[in-house]
Design a protein around this ligand. Structure first.
Ligand code: HAM
Length: 420
């Protein structure tokens, strides 16, 4: 038997309503904050991620689904959404759009070849937003507040927002130097990844999962102490404005994020809920001031975040929050013989075109089984169609919840149901 690829999942019909509910909510909230949807291809040139996300990151080094197409181009299934959006922004010259800044969102499958674990998939759906073309602490606050609004709107409570500033390129250079001086003498005690990171991206040592308990991580220099005045000022304004609108956060000086493009504001939301599993990051994001120029674009900056719907669902489950089940169909027509089934199949065709949701039993089961079926399909009303009903044109319209029924004409069914 051919099985589903490792790290992927089927969203079965019994569960797809949860996804639809979440997707609808996210679309609504995006509209609320005036973000418009952008759709980019499922695959991009590999170079986009190597340059955009960064050659020293786990994503680029270990996790990309890269392949040569028949034209011998190297393509990669997108592991994240920011680089593709920025590519599209540059290619479509959105810096000249009349509406500024560019505020977009996406909801699409992403692909990373990661070790399968609870909350970690090889294909997962990210909802993300990007605000490009403005550098102002207030837009950073808008992005973070939208994120928290999303989680709160689903009723989640056990959340923690962590923020940090990674500063600008100058502060980062000074900080990296301090980290190299701090870790270099004892780098042999660290994992092989960190031994590479010390040369490629020392900041990433700080969020290494293997070495997180090493004493030197705890005593490492703090980014904040290396921020120049401008970066400090920016960070202080972000915090002050988060305070002003009552968004609670904790500053985590070791928060560096796993992608290379970040500058200034960086943030993550974690779940504190018991039973969430080992991976507790629900969402991550931050500002990327150098990314557009790194991809040969204009001198514009951006900020955004991405969350996966898979982890949002896990968080809801961990906090015992149920997504309301959708309503069933309006009408189920039970039939007593072949002639009635044929008539019913014509009738539902008309009713459906009028917007009434209805169904019949194609398996030609006994009446009792059909009634059960109607119940399972959540039918609000049922009628039974047999020889007598066909000849008189009268049917009993039964309200399933109350059990009440009344005789109605078959040809007034449509109007009656429309009214109800
Ligand atoms: P990221 O931290 O790599 O950032 O991913 C963002 C979120 O995607 C994570 O917090 C998590 O919810 C989800 N995620 C990542 N990997 C997996 C996985 N294997 N299975 C399930 N969920 C996963 C980015 O992707 C950046 N592009 C975010 C961003 C947007 N920064 C600025 N704008």
């Amino acid at each position: 038997m051919i099985q589903i690829p490792r790290g992927t999942q089927d969203i079965l019909p019994k569960d797809s309503y949860k996804w639809q509910f979440i997707e609808e909510r996210l679309n609504e909230i995006a509209k609320n904050y005036n973000y418009k949807e952008i759709r980019t291809p499922a695959f991009e040139s590999t170079e986009l991620f190597v340059r955009g996300v960064g050659g020293s990151t786990d994503i680029v080094n270990k996790e990309m689904y890269t392949f040569q197409d028949k034209g011998d181009r190297s393509l990669t299934l997108k592991p994240e959404g920011t680089a593709p959006v920025v590519r599209s922004y540059i290619e479509n010259k959105m810096q000249h759009d009349v509406v500024q800044p560019t505020k977009v969102y996406y909801m699409a499958p992403m692909f990373r070849y990661e070790r399968k674990q609870k909350g970690r998939y090889r294909q997962f759906v990210q909802f993300g937003i990007e605000a490009i073309g403005v550098e102002d602490p207030l837009i950073d606050v808008e992005v973070i507040s939208m994120l928290m609004h999303i989680y709160k709107s689903f009723g989640l409570k056990d959340l923690k927002l962590y923020i940090n500033s990674i500063g600008d390129q100058h502060s980062r250079a000074a900080y990296n130097e301090a980290l190299v001086n701090h870790f270099k003498p004892s780098i042999d005690e660290f994992c092989s990844d960190c031994q590479t990171r010390i040369d490629t991206n020392p900041m990433r040592i700080l969020d290494c999962k293997k070495d997180r308990d090493h004493e030197l991580i705890k005593t490492a220099p703090r980014m904040y102490d290396y921020l120049n005045e401008e970066s400090k000022q920016y960070f202080e304004e972000v915090k002050a404005n988060l305070d002003a609108i009552g968004i609670g956060y904790e500053v985590d000086y070791n928060l560096v994020r796993g992608l290379d493009y970040y500058t200034h504001t960086a943030f993550e939301v974690m779940s504190d809920a018991e039973g969430f599993g080992a991976i507790t990051t629900l969402c991550g994001g931050g500002r990327y001031n150098g990314l557009l120029e790194m991809l040969d674009g204009p001198h514009e900056t951006g900020i955004g975040f991405a969350l996966s719907i898979e982890r949002l669902l896990l968080a809801l489950e961990a906090e015992n929050i149920e997504i309301p089940e959708p309503e069933g169909i309006d009408l189920y027509i039970c039939t007593l013989d072949a002639q009635a089934t044929e008539k019913a199949s014509h009738l539902i065709h008309t009713l459906r075109t009028k917007g009434i949701s209805c169904d019949i039993d194609y398996k030609r089961r006994k009446l009792k089984a059909q009634m059960k079926d109607a119940d399972r399909k959540g039918a609000a009303y049922t009628i039974v169609l047999g020889e007598e009903e066909l000849s008189t044109g009268n049917v009993e319209l039964k309200h399933m919840e109350t059990g009440e029924s009344k005789t109605v004409q078959l040809d007034e069914l449509e109007t009656l149901l429309e009214e109800k």
